[in-house]
Design a protein around this ligand. Sequence first.
Ligand SMILES: Nc1ncnc2c1ncn2[C@@H]1O[C@H](COP(=O)(O)OP(=O)(O)OP(=O)(O)O)[C@@H](O)[C@H]1O
Ligand SMILES: Cc1ncc(C[n+]2csc(CCO)c2C)c(N)n1
Length: 262
Amino acid sequence: MVMETMSHSSTFLLPTIPPSVDPRPPLSYALIVLNQRLPKFAPLLWEHAAKLRLCADGGANRLYDDFPLFFPHQCPSEVRNRYKPDVIKGDMDSVRGDVLDFYKNMGTKILNKSEDQDTTDLHKCVTYIKDSTLDQEKSNLCILVAGALGGRFDHEMGNINVLYRFSTIRIVLLSDDCLIHLLPRTHQHEIHIQSSVEGPHCGLIPIGMPSGMTTTSGLEWDLNDTEMRFGGLVSTSNLVKQDKITVQSDSDLLWTISLKKK
Ligand SMILES: Nc1ncnc2c1ncn2[C@@H]1O[C@H](COP(=O)(O)OP(=O)(O)OP(=O)(O)O)[C@@H](O)[C@H]1O
Ligand SMILES: Cc1ncc(C[n+]2csc(CCO)c2C)c(N)n1
């Protein structure tokens, strides 16, 4: 069976996204701001996320409190007026009243889903983006999630679970230190490394079920029809050795790569 190839590239971490032939048409980005320490490149993600910008519940506090800190020479209220989210969605147990009022007055859509205590605020936000995207646009959509890693472990695992629950949508979880996305088993994958901003440390991790056979190229420790499972081998502390990494597997894998400190 010939499998389609899916290309991945972290060009959203560059100041200007270079024109690319693959994927074509180019991706359109949405951003979700979570309630966690924001990566220093959060304003850059905001600029690239022309499609939609959302705050997951208490993520709105982070936008309000922390975005002005990225611009120490500018007036905080000017910064706040410049970065207006399209939507704040969640169960509203963390966003402060003053923050909600501020953005409501600016025209942000507020969606209170307090009746749903079975899905996370990130899940609720991804659902919003999914439902507001036409089917033919879904294949070019990429959702960037800022503040998804490095905090409470249950939240981190909940965030990773969202990658699996929406495995047909491109979603990238980001912190200052690394990014994570899913490599669905339905495709073979080409990962184009942006070496000015990412690498060399990387990992390929099967979560949920063992992967019977994975084959890679471009890594220091390539896999060759290799089995991975928790309790056995999982590929952590690997290194990227080439500009292009290829991955093919019989199960969904998480790809993670370190981000460079500037
Ligand atoms: N410490 C953290 N680490 C990773 N992600 C986080 C962390 N805190 C919050 N998040 C993410 O931000 C989203 C919004 O956070 P918020 O604190 O408003 O969430 P919450 O789900 O109501 O929290 P809790 O489950 O504690 O009530 C969460 O759904 C989660 O995705
Ligand atoms: C088995 C089970 N475990 C935990 C929760 C709690 N929970 C999961 S998501 C969420 C919303 C957080 O904003 C809450 C409270 C549940 N419902 N079911």
